[in-house]
Design a protein around this ligand. Structure first.
Ligand code: PLP
Length: 359
């Protein structure tokens, strides 16, 4: 039996995709082997990775002057790869809205002068600071944000004013959840295990003029965007099976009407949960309303004991992985693209019942 999996990541994937992958496990389209067993230089695999890129470009309307790279090392490897490749002046501005942005900022400090130009740490990252007129450094190579804060459940609804500097965004937990204007960014990246596919793959969408030979001294070959861009993400063996699953998810999203349709669906799902949190006498959301994420919804009862009881009873009822991040406690429901609306409706019914029984 499949449960309703509210994990923040690795997270729920579309059942249809998993079934298709299962059907193709032993013999991928008459090749007599699994995608895991085939050469990444074969014609069959070449079509898989090329189709994946074409479908992603189509979904996100990625302009021609951007490269799409399928890399490994998860989102965290980008915390270093970004400064190594982009910090020409060894200066970058970071907006710190959560643990992931903080880690990226700390990593950048190894390579140059990273400036924390805004932060919401004063209120446990429960809001997005006003980024309309920040003190952007004159010689900043880029401005960095984590667009959706997985742990705290906040999302940038307006992109910061970078005063002409390239914007670099970690979109791991909001990737493909709604349409984006790629041309507003210098670099967009995300680990795929939140909203797209299996852990290990990280997708980088980077404007071509930012891909150069001029990287920090000592940058390993594997950490140069240029080597991967010049080789169509096939410089070495890519995370081949993961990319194949991502490709299936892209097709699934296209079949569902693309990112406009997903946005509508995600808004509908999130509203069910937020509306309940706003009227509940027991549960409360922890984020400033205007900054609420569509993907990660943290909430508390106000009592650690009740939180623990709720998580335990919810798990027994088939609503799993609702425990909040270890650094914040409480609960968090991650309701990514593949979480069906019934999952959210049933969770809210369960919460109402719990509220009544624990009044
Ligand atoms: C999960 C997550 C990461 C870390 O991803 P890894 O693939 O484990 O390195 C980074 N940023 C955000 C926003 C995340 O949600």
């Amino acid at each position: 039996m499949r449960v309703y999996n509210f994990s923040a990541g690795p997270a729920v994937l579309p059942e249809e995709v998993l079934k298709e992958a299962a059907d193709e496990m032993l013999d991928y389209q008459g090749s007599g082997m699994s995608v895991m067993e085939m050469s990444h230089r074969s014609k069959t695999y070449d079509k898989i990775i090329k189709d994946a890129e074409a479908d992603l470009r189509d979904l996100m309307q990625i302009p021609d002057n951007y490269k799409v790279l399928f890399l490994q090392g998860g989102a965290s490897s980008q915390f270093a790869m970004i400064p190594m490749n982009l910090m020409k002046n060894r200066v970058a501005d970071y907006i710190v809205t959560g643990q992931w942005a903080k880690k990226a900022y700390q990593e950048a400090c190894i390579y140059g002068k990273a400036n924390k130009i805004a932060s919401s740490e004063d209120k446990t990252f429960s809001y997005i600071p006003d980024c309309s007129d920040l003190p952007i450094s004159e010689d900043a190579d880029y401005v960095y944000i984590c667009e959706n804060n997985t742990i705290y459940g906040t999302k940038f609804k307006t992109l910061p004013n970078t005063k002409g500097k390239p914007l670099v965004a970690d979109v791991s937990s909001c990737f493909l959840s709604e349409p984006v204007d790629v041309s507003k960014y210098g670099l967009i990246y995300g680990g795929v295990q939140k909203n797209i596919g299996p852990a290990g793959v990280v997708i980088v969408i980077i404007r071509e003029d930012l891909i150069t030979e001029d990287v920090l001294e000592g940058t390993p070959t594997m950490f140069k965007y240029k080597i991967h861009a010049d080789n169509g993400s096939l410089y070495n063996t890519p995370p081949a099976y993961g990319i194949y699953i991502c490709g299936k998810v892209f097709k699934w999203l296209k079949k569902r009407g693309g990112l406009e349709a997903m946005k509508e669906y995600n808004e509908k799902k999130a509203k069910i949960l937020y509306d309940f949190l706003d009227e509940s006498s027991l549960f409360q959301g922890t984020v400033r309303k205007e900054d609420r994420s569509l993907m990660n919804v943290p909430f508390v009862t106000g009592s650690e004991e009740l939180d623990a009881k709720f998580i335990q009873e919810a798990t027994a009822a088939g609503f799993v992985n609702l425990k909040g991040h270890r650094t914040v406690g409480g609960m968090r429901a991650s309701i990514y693209n593949a979480m069906p609306i019934e999952g959210v409706e049933k969770l809210v019914e369960f919460m109402k019942e719990f509220e009544k029984n624990n009044a």
